[in-house]
Design a protein around this ligand. Structure first.
Ligand code: ADP
Length: 928
């Protein structure tokens, strides 16, 4: 047994010391745990003497000691009264001996590490070998004791109980390993140290116990137990306790870990909670709070006027905003929405003007003529005055471009003192422009009406809907229907914009529409409008407009004074007659603007060319020679211009030089003084002083000076004035671009003047017929001139009727039977259509058949049936105005149109010989 043990211990400690060699050993006190055989333990030795002895032992080659656990190590500290002062490590001799447990361990000193000053305390490494028992004290410093070396009681290793306990201990160890990696290491080291050798129960018990963290008494009990089976049991109990402890430790660790991760979870949840709170509007971050405050403040002054349903939406949106993260897209959508909602002028109306006289003045100030339009507007105001509110039918101004539709819309707003907003629906095909987008779209915007209300800031502006006849066809939704909803007084009190989503009241808005052709306005829209026709202006009216309005505007725009320009009547007349013959005045306006711009340039150039008076004086003083050369220059210039004068007449290319001529002619009076003065200057410097005193004299009588100055100014201005007349007009506007639509002075055979009416206003047009070939039965008709279907039909009706009519008046005449005719309507590049040229075509064919030209200056219009009845036509006003422009003297209209004609203003009808006919015969009588 002993041999076996030594063999086994040999695995750890190669050379086993023999017990009989060590009956007395140095006793080392262990303060914390007993030392188990086969285990290492570091101990601390304070007593230098003891340490010295250990070193000596080692030097002697017998480094063996007895390690004994101190009894009641803790108790002495806790309960001891006097012993308190004596620390365990300071115990010595007898006192120490008394405190030692009876059983201890025979240990080998592996190493003694002394502190730097080799007599200080030491660190000693012990290795347990076998159990010892104290038998007596031999010497006290260092404490040497006599010992008995102990052996385990013999046991049966094959007994089931030992085996089972053994297994259980191993199982417990394995469990422990699972719980704590620290054990794992120790156990691995143990197994390694054991090598392949048989691990016996005694060793396992020691090992198992030593591994545990059990209290010293329990461990000491294991050490003292020499019965291996019992020891193994004790070890098992300790291990089980340890296992429990480990389990407990694991649960604690787990709990702690859970607590920590729980804290983390809590943190996340708190964050979520915050977000949820915001969502619910319980809390808000700074930006949302500020934004909300801003909208609230903006709304506050108008809160009372704001309709209930709108307030409700605003409040809802505001509280929604509070719960939103300011960086979220939802926040932006809501904020924009609120921005629109609060920016609209809910219930804010501008005060209207119901003073008819004032309105009249305003209207007259802006527009010449147009008395029917103005009258209609005044009626409107009068109704407003009596009724308290100005709401009525939608006014639709129709007419050719440039007749002032838009600008009169603006004037109406001015006359009524309403805010003005214009939006053009020409080509508009997206209903969203009118009704807005739904808010869910990115970049959604409200419709034009809402934008209008926001920009005008009143709920009763005047809205001009331009070009309503050019409304596009929408692919998604029909803009016309959307406009209808907007314009219909029945519906627009609750106009619903998709974006705004709350009904807005547009019933106080005054709508004015403009159109070129009433016929193109969708019927349901037209039905709700009151159409006022602006037909265009005749020369006389244009003259007034140009003089009283356009010229003034142009002058103001260019910063030119009235006195600086003289645009003669004749120039203006030819400007209108040869440059701007169309119905409207926009082109005329452009031309006048152009003239004034050119004048401005001339004026500025001249200023640069003309040295200032002051400068001139100084120049004069410098040298005579210089003035002389000046004079020479002048002379050269004059001769130059004289030469050019001769040339200018020749060609247009000479125009610039001619302009120069005009310049120089105007400059002359100013530049003369330097030329005439030299003689004075020659006399010396005195002359200049004289002139200075001359200047000083008027100082005393200021009034006379200013008078003089004014006169001089006037004179100067008169001299500077730029004159434009018939002859130099082309310098400013170029050569006439407008070729008259009257290109026959005397209409030849087969040519008749008709009257047409287009979106551009009325105009005259010729119908020409000529013979292609003649021969028995060759009768036929060929058409050119981009005629539409209606006009083609009209032509073949005319052909038939002319043939029939010729038979009536000249039965012998076989012209139509035997001639192939060609009918053309000039300006072949412009498509034409419409029925009103019927009578013109018949007349043209008959003129050819009879070889007789129609009377001079006759123009006619009217659709003719196969039986020769003349039917009513449209655009009487426009056609009359056009006839006047083309210097027509006699007009033939269908009888049915007499009423339209009678409505025309007297000055338009002036000098016209108008016939109203029912049957073609009457036309024939007048025309030939
Ligand atoms: P429209 O809308 O009919 O095409 P505008 O209203 O734009 O034409 O008019 C073009 C220009 O002609 C405007 O500057 C306007 O002041 C001027 N104008 C038109 N008619 C008159 C008029 N009767 N009196 C004075 N100016 C006029």
């Amino acid at each position: 047994e002993g041999a076996e043990e030594s063999a086994q211990s040999g695995a750890i400690v190669p050379a086993g010391p023999r017990p009989e060699n060590f009956p007395k050993v140095l006793a080392l006190p262990l303060t914390r745990r007993p030392l188990f055989p086969g285990f290492y333990a570091p101990i601390h030795i304070k007593d230098p003497k003891l340490a010295d002895s250990l070193v000596e032992l080692r030097a002697r080659g017998t480094p063996y000691v007895g390690a004994f656990l101190l009894k009641d190590a803790k108790e002495s500290v806790v309960t001891g009264e006097k012993s308190e002062e004596v620390k365990d490590s300071d115990l010595k001799g007898e006192a120490l001996y008394k405190r030692l447990h009876e059983y201890g361990t025979f240990a080998q000193v592996l190493n003694v590490i002394r502190s730097v000053n080799s007599d200080g305390p030491a660190q000693v490494f012990l290795m347990g070998h076998r159990r010892l028992r104290l038998t007596g004290m031999l010497s006290d410093d260092p404490l040497t004791v006599s010992v008995e070396h102990l052996k385990d009681k013999s046991y049966d290793e094959t007994s089931d109980i030992i085996k089972a306990t053994f297994m259980e201990v191993v199982a417990s160890l394995r469990d422990l390993m699972r719980y704590n990696p620290l054990y794992k290491e120790t156990i691995q080291v143990f197994v390694q140290n054991m090598g392949n050798s048989h691990i016996n129960a005694a060793r396992l018990a020691d090992f198992g116990s030593a591994l545990t963290t059990a209290d010293e008494p329990l461990l000491q009990e294991v050490l003292e137990q020499l019965d291996v089976e019992k020891r193994l049991n004790l070890a098992l109990v300790l291990l089980k306790k340890e296992l429990e402890l480990a389990k407990l430790q694991a649960t604690i660790a787990k709990n702690v870990e859970e607590k920590i991760s729980g804290d983390q979870r809590r943190f996340f949840l708190m964050e979520q909670l915050k977000a949820i709170k915001k969502e619910l509007g319980i809390e808000a971050d700074d930006k949302t709070a500020l934004t909300g405050k801003f909208f609230k403040e903006r709304l506050e002054p108008h809160r009372k006027q704001c309709p209930e349903h709108v307030l409700q939406v605003i409040d809802e949106e505001l509280s929604k905003l509070q719960g939103l993260e300011s960086s979220s897209s939802e926040f932006n959508v809501t904020r924009n929405y609120l921005d629109w909602l609060t920016a609209l002028p809910w219930g804010q109306y501008s005060k209207e003007n119901f003073d008819v006289r004032q309105a009249q003045t305003v209207l007259d100030e802006d527009h010449y003529g147009l008395s029917d339009v103005k009258e209609r507007i005044l009626e409107f105001i009068a109704v407003g005055k009596l009724k308290g509110t100005a709401v009525g039918k939608i006014i639709c101004l129709s007419g050719p471009p440039g007749v002032g539709k838009t600008s009169i819309g603006k004037s109406i707003a001015k006359a009524l003192d309403r805010k003005f907003f214009r939006f053009s629906v020409g080509g508009l095909s997206d209903v969203a422009e009118i009704k807005g987008h739904r808010r869910t779209y990115v970049g959604a915007m409200p419709g034009k009406m809402v934008q209008c209300l926001k920009s005008t800031g009143t709920a009763n502006p005047l809205v001009l809907i331009d070009e309503i006849d050019k409304l596009g066809r929408g692919h998604a939704g029909d803009p016309a229907s959307a406009l209808l909803e907007l314009l219909d007084p029945e519906q627009n009190a609750n106009f619903l914009d998709h974006y705004l989503d709350v009904p807005i009241d547009l019933s106080k808005v005054l709508f004015v529409c403009t159109a070129n052709l009433v016929e193109n306005i969708p019927a349901p829209l037209l039905d709700r409008m009151e159409v006022i026709r602006l037909v265009g202006y005749i020369t006389d009216e244009k003259m007034h407009i140009a003089r009283d309005y356009l010229e003034r505007q142009a002058r103001e725009n260019c910063g030119i004074k009235k006195e600086q320009v003289e645009l003669s009547d004749s120039a203006m007349h030819s400007l209108i007659e040869t440059y701007c013959r169309e119905a409207g005045v926009r082109n005329l306006q452009k031309h006048i603007d152009k003239i004034y711009r050119k004048i401005a340039l001339k004026l500025v150039r001249r200023e640069l060319d003309t040295p200032k008076e002051e400068e001139m004086k100084q120049n004069n003083l410098v040298t005579v020679a210089e003035t002389k050369s000046n004079a020479e220059d002048m002379a050269i210039k004059l001769t130059d211009s004289a030469v050019q004068e001769g040339e200018t007449l020749e060609a247009e290319t000479m125009l610039p030089s001619e302009k120069e001529k005009v310049d120089i002619a105007q400059k002359l009076p100013l530049e003369k003084p330097p030329c005439s003065e030299p003689e004075e200057k020659l006399t010396g410097v005195k002359a200049s002083t004289a002139s200075e005193t001359d200047n000083k004299v008027p100082d005393e009588s200021a009034s006379s000076e200013t008078k003089e100055k004014e006169e001089a100014e006037e004179k100067k201005v008169a001299e500077e004035q730029i004159k434009i007349n018939d002859t130099n007009l082309h310098e400013f506007v170029g050569s006439p671009v407008f070729v008259s639509d009257r290109f026959y002075d005397k209409t030849p055979i087969g040519v008749v003047m008709g009257l047409a009416w287009t979106a551009m206003g009325g105009s005259t047009l010729y119908v020409e017929t000529s013979v292609i070939e003649e021969g028995e039965g060759k009768g036929g008709l060929q058409l050119t001139g981009q005629l539409g279907d209606v006009m083609k039909e009209s032509a073949s009706i005319a052909h038939t009727f002319a043939r029939k009519y010729l038979r009536e008046i000249d039965p012998q005449n076989q012209f139509f039977t035997n001639s192939k005719l060609h009918l053309h309507v000039p300006a072949g590049a412009t498509p034409k259509d419409g029925p009103s040229a019927g009578c013109t075509m018949i007349t043209s064919m008959l003129s050819l058949a009879l070889s007789k030209p129609v009377n001079d200056d006759v123009a006619m219009t009217g659709e003719v049936t196969l039986t020769g009845r003349v039917l009513a036509i449209g655009g009487v006003k426009e056609k009359t105005v056009a006839s006047r422009r083309s210097a027509v003297k006699t007009i033939i209209f269908p009888k049915a149109n007499k009423r339209d004609y009678d409505e025309l203003l007297p000055h338009v009808k002036e000098g016209l010989d108008v016939h109203f006919v029912d049957k073609y015969e009457e036309i024939f009588q007048i025309a030939f």
